[in-house]
Design a protein around this ligand. Sequence first.
Ligand code: ADA
Length: 553
Amino acid sequence: MIRLFDRHNVRSVKELDGMWSFTPDNGSGKTYSLPVPGCWEQHPDLLTYRGTGTFTRTMRVTKDTAVRLVFKGVSHTADVYFDGQKVAHHYNAFTPFTAEIPGVKAGEHELTVKVDNRFSEASALHIPNDYYTYGGITRPAALEEIDDLFIERVHFTPEQTGSGWKATVELTVRNIGAEAAELNAQAELAGVTLRFPQETVPAGGETTVCAKADFPDVNAWSPDAPNLYFLRAVLRRGETETDDLIERVGFRTVSWQGGRLCVNGNPVFLKGFNRHEDYAAVGCAVPVQLMAQDLDLMADMGANAVRTCHYPNDERFLDLCDERGFLVWEENHARGLKLHHMQNPNFERQCEDCIREMIENHYNHPAIVIWGILNECASDTPEGRVMYKKQFEQIKSLDVTRPTTTATCQHFKDLCLDLPDVVSFNIYSGWYTDAPIAEACEREIEWIRRDGGAGKPLIVSEFGAAAVYGYRDPGHVKWSEERQSDVLDECLSVYMNHPEITGTFIWMFADCRVCEENNWFSTRARGHNNKGVVDEYRRPKIAYQTVKNHYKK
Ligand code: ADA
């Protein structure tokens, strides 16, 4: 299942989920049958395989047509071949990509995806880290049969007026044919028809057209009432519908003023969790039933927000958040990069691609209320500041309707606090330092206000403590469930009652696997980051109830 709703009535879509053949380049000479979506680490021979390999399958095209291959995530580098011809190259496990092929004949065709999950200079963002970089076609894939003129994307921007809502719909149409084509498009939303200006789309080019309308009678989307509407854009030739795209949207605004984050003008306090896409046995290829369970567990504890640390998430998870009114901080892919990592010659381009792919694809999710970048990177250096600034500017060039942020750990030396709309800080009082939690928080906020963050909403984006599931200790020593619970109890009492804080994101929801390389093994018992309030099987630790006592209030 690629999304939680049908995206087309006209365009034919066949999901490529199922068993593919996989040959790793590990000299074993073996070929496996592996699931897509899936991580190859689920196979006993490949539990720790870091390398390259080739996925293949055949697929049937039903008529002579153009086709579009959709990959929602391949970890981490993909080279895609259609009948032996290279049609796409893509880097980054966490963003979708497509390949369009005109003039395909009806019948059987071969699809080959070469996948690489190695660490090297070619990969600036996937490095040995405090989460695992898996291998495989880890998110769904699909084969679409398309007209040469097709809808690339639709962006919906709502605006609150005195009496109701207005919206702007931008439609981007691509022409992969050999001749210019006339664009004749309209969209339906909440009983209103939006007509787009007629334009000519050049051969091999794309055109964006725009339409606006009033929606006096719709119900707003909010955390308490997550009302969603289908927006269906259609292309026509004469009376015939030649292509369509369905989005699911919500009428809501996000604003940030007076030190608060507001949805539809109403201040919200974000009771959040940091969540990695990771689950025992299935790795990062988390099936939708487990995504739903994660949200059920978070909601059971009283949370209303989730941070997609440290990369863009599977769209089905975002769909679930839209449906449940869960507020999302989504961020680009970068964790703990030092200046020398940021000076990798591929860094800027790979970040730019990631930000563009994230925003273009996720723009319509009402649940997303913050865009984040560069968690705990070199924001304490002048060179780093230039890169932070550029990335914030890129976000604003793609979306002015949401605030930006970055989670800093450069306490008292960050040079970027003036750049984002919301200031967020990661602070591990009670775990990495024994500083009294309230005092450390006060010092931090005083510094933020002084050094560029005055007047901005403030979020504690990470705090917590590790506990090995099942390890109980009457002395509440570090690594025990009791100690984790004590730390979270005190942190939540302080942060949630602080008048200047507008959100708390617990580090973290569930334990996740980490890389062994780069010495992570020495501080990460069991090869896991153990700061989850549930373990990697979602078994609750003592802290589960503690968090509930605070978030459910
Ligand atoms: C950081 C980082 C997280 C995680 C955490 C920890 O703040 O942003 O990814 O590594 O620390 O567990 O120490």
